[in-house]
Design a binder for this molecule. Structure first.
Ligand SMILES: Nc1ncnc2c1ncn2[C@@H]1O[C@H](COP(=O)(O)OP(=O)(O)OP(=O)(O)O)[C@@H](O)[C@H]1O
Ligand SMILES: [Mg+2]
Length: 343
């Protein structure tokens, strides 16, 4: 794969929070590559650091957060010339002009809890138009309106001429979520970061919205980071999968590699805990035994060791690096130490 085909190259991202004078390390040495035009899913139990990882990338972290990274390299493609410009987001001032223009224009964001991303006192059409005009100073109001209407049409919002005049409370959950996606997509960003974009919605609407995002991605060559608890959604949407546990990527691979040949005991447990089509009524789902440990009180070694059915003494002896078991397929588990270390 050529470098220009990697739109986002994250290396050794670390984020901690300081609370009550103590520092808790939440995201640990996270490295991954997002391929241009592809969807990368990030999966893992609640609290493992998925949201903090993407908030770190776009540099929207609270005051008590500490962030470092070797690089968060974004490669912008000029569609006309085919040229690439590189930006290291890790080096940018979170509040600076450059980072602010990057958000929205290059990085579209659909965050968890979309209902709070809309301002209740402004008309939905104005909110989308404002996102557009913020990055296109001097654009005529009439032109902005036309673009907003077009986006509403693309997103399947019926009767857009009338609906742009509505306030958020006049929209159903699914329609509000479309408005949030419209805001994320109106500036035609290269990367869309979708953090549980459909969790709050019922299953049919979820499927519709994901289908829309997939369509936009295919038609416009966008790259997506999709965070979700829904493994079915991963199977439908993603080309690559990152499995996170306690702030680390424990396994990375293509959808086929992860689903057909899961290597990490945590990945295997995660996949076993998912309903399988055709599961008999009396066949109980397996849940992963044990609870996630407290991030503030972790020792050395593999974070999953306590819950792992395949653990050995070696697991808690030292921090475990990632090993590349087959091309692109990496796993952070001592059982694979005969393979090449990759970080
Ligand atoms: N502002 C903060 N201050 C202190 N700790 C925080 C802060 N924000 C997040 N954390 C901690 O970071 C950890 C990871 O949180 P994060 O929201 O990234 O999890 P997640 O994987 O997105 O979970 P979910 O699937 O529930 O959304 C949690 O233990 C959380 O308590
Ligand atoms: Mg989250």
């Amino acid at each position: 794969m050529e470098q220009k085909d990697i739109v986002l190259d994250v290396r050794k991202l670390n984020t901690s929070f300081i609370s009550d004078g103590a520092t808790v390390h939440i995201v640990k040495d996270v490295s991954f590559q997002l391929e241009r035009g592809k969807t990368l899913a990030i999966v893992g139990e609640s609290g493992c650091g998925k949201s903090v990882t993407v908030h770190s990338i776009v540099k929207l972290l609270p005051q008590n957060a500490r962030f470092t990274a070797e690089q968060v390299l974004y490669r912008r493609l000029d569609e006309k010339t085919g040229g690439i410009t590189e930006f290291d987001l890790a080096k940018m001032d979170p509040k600076g002009k450059e980072m602010r223009s990057m958000r929205g224009a290059d990085l579209g964001m659909v965050f968890q809890d979309p209902m709070s991303s809309l301002n209740p006192v402004y008309r939905v059409g104005d909110q989308v138009a404002e996102a557009l005009m913020e990055h296109n100073r001097g654009m005529k109001k009439s032109e902005a309106r036309e673009k907003v209407l077009q986006m509403f049409r693309n997103l399947g919002i019926p009767d857009p001429e009338r609906r742009i005049m509505d306030y958020p409370h006049q929209f159903s959950g699914g329609m509000k979520q479309r408005v949030v996606i419209a805001i994320a997509m109106i500036n035609n960003p290269e990367i869309i970061i979708a953090d549980e974009p459909t969790t709050a919605l019922d299953v049919t609407i979820q499927a519709q919205i994901m289908e829309l995002m997939k369509e936009l991605q295919l038609n416009m060559g966008k790259s997506i980071i999709l965070i979700t608890h829904n493994i079915g959604l991963v199977a439908e949407q993603a080309e690559d999968v990152c499995v996170m546990y306690m702030g680390r990527i424990v396994e990375f691979g293509s959808l086929e590699q992860i689903f057909e040949n899961p290597l990490h005991p945590y990945t295997k447990a995660l996949l076993r805990s998912v309903p399988v089509l055709g599961l008999a009524d009396d066949q109980k789902l397996e849940t992963i035994p044990g609870a996630t440990p407290n991030p503030a009180s972790l020792g050395v070694g593999c974070e999953f060791a306590d819950r792992c059915p395949e653990r050995s003494e070696a697991c808690s002896a030292k921090n475990v690096p990632a090993y590349e078991v087959e091309p692109r397929h990496r796993v952070r588990c001592i059982k694979f130490s005969q393979f090449k270390e990759v970080d």
